[in-house]
Ligand binder design. Structure first.
Ligand code: TSX
Ligand code: MN
Length: 595
């Protein structure tokens, strides 16, 4: 081991894990550039990292074809009672799961180095931040954690001898025998992968996968699943939300936190540049918001992350120029295609397809190939500080005050472009019933409606019924300082299948209406589903959109909404008596309003 660890809990945990996993070496990370460069050099020398000629200090990695995404059916919330994990989570009894996983962990780091990664989620020392320590046998995980979290020896200093942290244990699950050659992407077969959470003791155990949220344990595992359970206990919020700052032409700032299921363009909205003259938009975060009630009673949000782990395919100067400009240097790419001139490429990138490339599996690819060059879930890992529109206050320890919550989903029909909730409880109902149509980018049949409450279905670390109640409770605590709640749908189509709304930068028009609502400047019409922009209240100046299309975009089809009721009832029934009475009533009231 390269340093002496002063923290008692940490030094004991390191010893326990080493005794169990039997690594050849132990290395405690300090987060320095030298450490990063050293790690990258080792990865290049073993042909795991491919340097990109076109992007300084940037590298391409190719995962094993069996290890390309989060594995939700191998993800567990392990609590004393199954009822605590609730109907949306996989559950195994903690004693049983630990015995089972200890069997896998036994000797699993043989032939490898065990890295101890101290990190802070949120600015180091912020009252909203939390400290984690990940132990991993993957150098790929170390360098990704360097970008996605704040890895630093300052974290160990902050811990002192008695400070507490969230232990995050990770192994790729591929021990090396003497003389055995390592593979490019070591991992375990799917049936041996376990992504386990023990929220009652703030503990994470991950085994068998090296990819994304399965392995970078600060993100989905700590900042959402464990943090959501802590947040309920401690009366704050850990949400799957982007955070952005919108500034109007008069210089007034508004902070918006928005939750969308996958394939709705959350990262694109987080970095969106308004088409409306005089309006400015800055990114605070693109995936996770931690929010606490501040001294003035308002809700303050921080982005606990330090970077973006974004889906590459579909990202272009058309869809997200600010993301593209964040990818010029110091980026890690995973499962993108490699061009002949030493750059990355993916489906949906601007310009012509390359005439030849190496696909994500390492094989030759041409436009005639029948498969994609990049994996649909190919990723970039980029520093948030590289984003040209990162908000100057994105690292403010106290966070930014949230004015507006937005929920949404992808719906070709029924759901209008935007509406406001009638009140907080109705807003919670909108979050709890949020739904999205599946696309080729997510699993399952295309076009199915999937309920994904608050976009938290895969990420809530406790019973989702209790989570709904927590939202209601936070509303009561916030009182008249509650953010307003809106619902949006960028994806409504005309009868001939065309998108009715241009989306992207033009979404600023929708956000402007929200801000004007907050200021009491914009009119709204009450409908059974909520408050719709009054005729002419949504700024469409300079936009080439017919009044018929605009009407259709904001139309509330009562009959179509009535037809949604059985699906909502069905969705709610899963939560049994954990469904808050107030939400049951919201559904009743909704039915009444529909007539
Ligand atoms: O991210 C998207 N947003 C939010 C942007 C800030 N996407 C991409 C979703 C896939 C991840 C969108 N796609 C959006 C949107 O607002 N809207 C659409 C649908 C759409 C697609 C193409 C066009 C228009 C709408 N093109 C033209 O109108 C030319
Ligand atoms: Mn996410």
């Amino acid at each position: 081991m390269n340093v002496t660890v002063k923290n008692k809990k940490l030094s004991q945990w390191i010893k326990e894990v080493a005794d169990l996993c039997k690594p050849d070496d132990i290395y405690v990370c300090n987060g320095s550039k030298e450490e990063y460069d050293q790690m990258v050099k080792t990865l290049i020398d073993s042909n795991i990292a491919i340097p990109l000629k076109k992007r300084p200090n940037s590298y391409l990695f190719r995962s094993d074809p069996s290890d390309v995404a989060r594995v939700e059916d191998r993800t567990y919330i392990s609590t004393q009672s199954q009822d605590e994990a609730g109907p949306t989570n996989n559950w195994i009894d903690p004693t049983e799961l630990k015995e089972l996983m200890k069997g896998f962990y036994k000797g699993c780091m043989t032939g490898r180095t065990m890295y101890v990664i101290p990190f802070s989620m949120g600015p180091i020392g912020s009252p909203i931040a939390k400290i984690g320590v990940e132990i991993s046998d993957s150098p790929y995980v170390v360098i990704n954690m360097h970008i996605m979290t704040r890895v630093s020896d300052r974290v160990l200093e902050l811990l002192g001898t008695d400070g507490d942290f969230i232990p995050c244990l990770h192994s790729v699950g591929a021990p090396l025998e003497k003389g055995q050659e390592d593979s490019i992407w070591p991992c375990a077969p799917i049936e041996n992968k376990y992504i386990s959470h023990f929220p009652e003791e703030n503990l994470i155990w991950s085994y068998g996968s090296g990819y994304g949220g399965n392995a970078l344990l600060g993100k989905k595992c700590l900042a959402l699943r464990i943090a959501s359970a802590m947040a309920r206990r401690e009366s704050w919020m850990a949400e799957h939300m982007l955070i952005l700052r919108l500034t109007n032409p008069e210089g007034k700032q508004y902070h918006i936190a928005a939750a969308f299921p996958s394939a709705c363009g959350k990262t694109n909205l987080a970095m969106m540049q308004p088409s409306l003259p005089g309006w400015k938009c800055e990114c605070v975060g693109d995936d996770i918001a931690w929010m606490k009630i501040g001294p003035d009673g308002r809700l303050y949000a921080i982005n606990p992350e330090n970077g973006f782990f974004g889906v590459a395919p579909g990202t272009s100067y058309d869809t997200n120029p600010m993301a593209m400009d964040s990818l010029k240097d110091n980026v890690l790419f995973t499962n993108c295609a490699l061009t002949d001139d030493g750059d990355v490429w993916w489906e949906g990138m601007d310009g012509d397809e390359p005439a030849h490339a190496i696909d994500w599996k390492g094989n030759d690819w041409t436009p005639e190939s029948s498969h994609d060059a990049a994996h649909p879930n190919a990723r970039f890992t980029a520093l948030a500080s590289k984003c040209p529109v990162i908000c100057e206050d994105w690292e403010k320890p106290e966070g930014v005050p949230i004015d507006i919550f937005v929920f949404g989903g992808r719906r070709g029909t029924v759901v209008p472009l935007v509406y406001e909730s009638l009140n907080w409880e109705h807003g919670v109902f909108l979050g709890a019933t949020a739904a999205s149509e599946t696309t080729a980018a997510n699993i399952g049949a295309v076009g199915n409606l999937r309920r994904d409450p608050f976009a938290m279905k895969p990420f809530c670390g406790y019973n989702m019924g209790d989570y709904f109640q927590h939202w209601l409770n936070m509303g009561e605590k916030l009182g008249d300082k509650r953010p307003r709640i809106f619902y949006v749908n960028w994806f409504r189509r005309s009868e001939d299948g065309k998108f009715l709304w241009p989306g992207f930068s033009e979404n600023s028009r929708v956000l402007k209406w929200m801000c004007d609502r907050v200021d009491g400047k914009a009119g709204a019409e009450e409908t059974p589903i909520g408050l719709i922009p009054k005729d002419g209240e949504l700024d469409t100046s300079g936009l080439d959109i017919s009044s018929e299309d605009m009407k259709e975009l904001l139309h509330v089809d009562t009959k179509a909404w009535k037809a949604e009721i059985p699906d909502i009832e069905n969705h709610f029934s899963v939560f049994g008596d954990r469904l808050p009475e107030k939400l049951r009533n919201q559904l009743k009231e909704f039915e009444k309003r529909l007539g």
